[in-house]
Ligand binder design. Structure first.
Ligand code: ZN
Ligand code: ZN
Ligand code: ZN
Length: 481
């Protein structure tokens, strides 16, 4: 009874298809299209006949920082299974024809439902931000472990697709650093899979191993068997037993021809002869030259790293809906011109008391949320992060008065107390701060565009400050998801 009539055939019109309450976009080629334009569709059907294009689009979605995109259900059509772990791990299923779309709506509904459980509280550092993203993906796909796959494109020779997609291929060692961090935070636990050896200079695993001469480091050496002739006791390299005419071996000492190995002679070991310095030796050294940075190191100095299968702990499984909490952003303590959260809260408490007793005074709280700051910090690296944050604080200081104070509870959230001024004036000050920061980053970091939002509210005289700040943070960070 398989009678598919023409009427209930499923067709895309202008790349869009509506099926029940679900909308699908058929992604065939770029043509000026940005994935940000595809926010409103419930799922993507990706034309997958070109493996490079398929991988590129999947990576664009999964590496995005907004859950709207990195969690988007994506199905492949016209896909011929290729042996690529990255492509294989980043899609949500394969369909043979559009008529199979109805079969996928349950999966989509499941992903969408699970997505609503996700916690959106702002991350306190780069590791939290990234791990949270990975855990969110795993939660919506009901995955419990992260497996490594051998990958020639990775500098460590292995890839963890949904983690690695957030790094450049030459940054794959940072994936292992992230796992070390997640393990310390008790979000994952390791299950040994394999071990890799990495360059101690740059962390790359692309190494060229050579046996070399212990006296001159040359790899130009010849190895040959050592022969022990039992009747006369002579020991020497096999070449001394050979002649130009036939394959018969003759002892150079007693001239007898050799008959059977194990009976009248033996090969006790190997002897090496350096063609460069003429040294003869039994034990050679092994060195590994890094193809990436050129460092040539004795193998004993390579960095060995375990490649593990990482399984989620109980904490890891629930982190996607409950959030990841770590200690306060460490950098903040040392940033000149800012105060830590505890000091800030105490000062705000006094400020509240001060304005309670004098209605002519008004104090404002400004909260600045820099949504994509971790993208920038990741590019900068840990060492330059502090300098950057210090510059940011300096820039803010230049646009507020010396009596105002700043707290950076984490790099994406900056709280400023603007005293003794009207709300309107505080708004103007923040507008200037916003423009200055945007300009500074754009000009100094290769036209990087920060996504920022801010809010200014008068300090409440009735609600405790911590509560007011929490509400303000929530309203500012959640409205943009
Ligand atoms: Zn002999
Ligand atoms: Zn040598
Ligand atoms: Zn190297």
């Amino acid at each position: 009874m398989s009678t598919t009539t023409k009427q209930n055939r499923i067709e895309f019109k202008d790349n869009v298809l509506q099926y029940n309450t679900f909308s699908f976009y058929l992604f065939e080629s770029f043509g000026g299209l940005k994935i940000e334009h595809l926010n409103d569709y419930s799922a993507i059907v990706l034309e997958a006949n070109d493996p490079d294009f398929t991988k590129l689009i999947l990576k664009r979605f999964r590496s995005h920082n907004n859950p709207e995109f990195y969690l988007k259900p994506i199905f492949l059509i016209n896909y011929k299974t290729i042996n690529d772990p990255v492509t294989e791990s980043l899609h949500d299923g394969v369909i043979a024809s559009y008529d199979q779309i109805p079969e996928k709506v349950n999966d989509i509904q499941q992903i969408l439902t699970l997505s609503t459980h996700i916690d959106h509280s702002p991350s306190s550092n780069f590791e939290v931000f990234l791990m949270k993203k990975i855990l969110n993906y795993m939660y919506t796909r009901e995955l419990r472990s992260l497996k490594p796959f051998p990958d020639v494109n990775s500098v460590i020779g292995f890839t963890y697709p949904i983690v690695s997609v957030n790094f450049e291929t030459h940054e794959e060692t940072k994936v292992l650093d992230l796992f070390d961090w997640a393990q310390k935070e008790n979000l994952v636990w390791p299950d040994f899979y394999d071990r890799v050896y990495l360059c101690n200079g740059c962390g790359s695993g692309h190494l060229s191993y050579r046996e070399i001469c212990p006296s001159c480091d040359s790899a130009n050496m010849k190895s040959e068997d050592l022969i022990h002739h039992f009747p006369c006791g002579f020991i020497g390299p096999i070449s001394d037993f050979k002649n130009q005419i036939d394959s018969v071996l003759n002892c150079p000492k007693c001239s007898k021809s050799l008959r059977h190995i194990g009976v009248d002679y033996d090969k006790p070991s190997i002897i090496n002869h350096c063609q460069n310095c003429n040294e003869v030796f039994q034990d050679y050294l092994v060195k590994a030259r890094c193809v990436n940075c050129g460092v040539d190191a004795d193998v004993q100095y390579l960095v060995s790293k375990n490649i593990n299968v990482y399984k989620l702990t109980k904490k890891g499984r629930s982190a996607s809906s409950s959030g990841i909490f770590t200690s306060e952003y460490i950098g903040a303590e040392e940033v000149f011109g800012s105060v830590n959260s505890r000091t800030f809260n105490t000062m705000m408490h006094y400020e509240q008391e001060r304005i309670k007793n004098n209605t002519s005074l008004s104090t404002n709280i400004a909260l600045l949320h820099i949504e994509n700051i971790f993208d920038l910090l990741r590019k900068l690296g840990k060492s330059k992060e502090k300098v950057f944050i210090a510059e940011l604080v300096q820039l803010i200081r230049e646009n507020i008065t010396p009596a105002d104070f700043i707290n950076i509870s984490n790099p994406s959230l900056i709280v400023i107390c603007i005293n003794d001024t009207t709300e309107a004036k505080a708004q103007t000050a923040m507008m200037k701060v916003y423009d200055k920061i945007e300009e500074m980053v754009f000009n100094n970091f290769n036209k990087f565009q920060l996504e920022m939002h801010y809010k200014v509210v008068p300090l409440s005289t009735t609600v405790p400050f911590e509560k007011q700040l929490l509400d303000l943070t929530k309203s500012l960070t959640e409205q943009h998801d």
